[in-house]
Design a protein around this ligand. Structure first.
Ligand SMILES: [Zn+2]
Ligand SMILES: [Zn+2]
Length: 151
């Protein structure tokens, strides 16, 4: 299991900042578990970068580092008094210069989340279905056993 302490997270962000922006990152970064579909955000009033820990655990390093670069674009432009919003030309330019992604990819866990899960009562095979299945009509495709909804 991967692990990253808050201190290591700060070191990582500072490292990326120096490598791609040639400037240190001197403010705060934290993991925020409540972020759902977004990989990170920058809070200008607090000069705080919040990152979604799921992107660290579920995605590869490139994707997570890309999110950090994207948030650093907001951060550096903001503290320098430049246009730091998505629609600002300064922001678009800095994204391009640093090779930062415009959007983050959706998390595997949100793509794969099926609404209905059924288990065969005989062989215990699990079926994930987006639509509900009539368990009185459908049986296990492997052994013919009856299905039971488990979620
Ligand atoms: Zn953004
Ligand atoms: Zn079965």
């Amino acid at each position: 299991m991967k692990h990253l302490s808050e201190k290591e997270l700060h070191e990582l962000v500072n490292h990326i900042s120096i490598e791609f922006f040639k400037k240190p990152f001197v403010d705060d970064v934290t993991f925020n578990n409540r972020l759902r579909t977004t990989g990170g955000r920058y809070l200008p009033s607090k000069r705080l970068i919040e990152l979604n820990p799921k992107y660290f655990y579920e995605m590869d390093e490139n994707e997570f580092n890309g999110i950090i670069k994207h948030e650093l674009c907001h951060y550096h432009l903001h503290i320098e008094g430049k246009g730091y919003k998505h629609s600002d030309p300064d922001f678009k330019r800095l994204l391009a210069i640093t090779g930062s992604p415009r959007h983050c990819k959706p998390l595997p866990s949100t793509i794969n989340r099926k609404k209905h899960q059924y288990r065969c009562e005989t062989c215990h095979h699990i079926y994930n279905r987006v639509r509900s299945v009539d368990v009185k009509r459908y049986r296990c495709g492997i052994c013919g056993g009856s299905l039971k909804q488990v979620n």
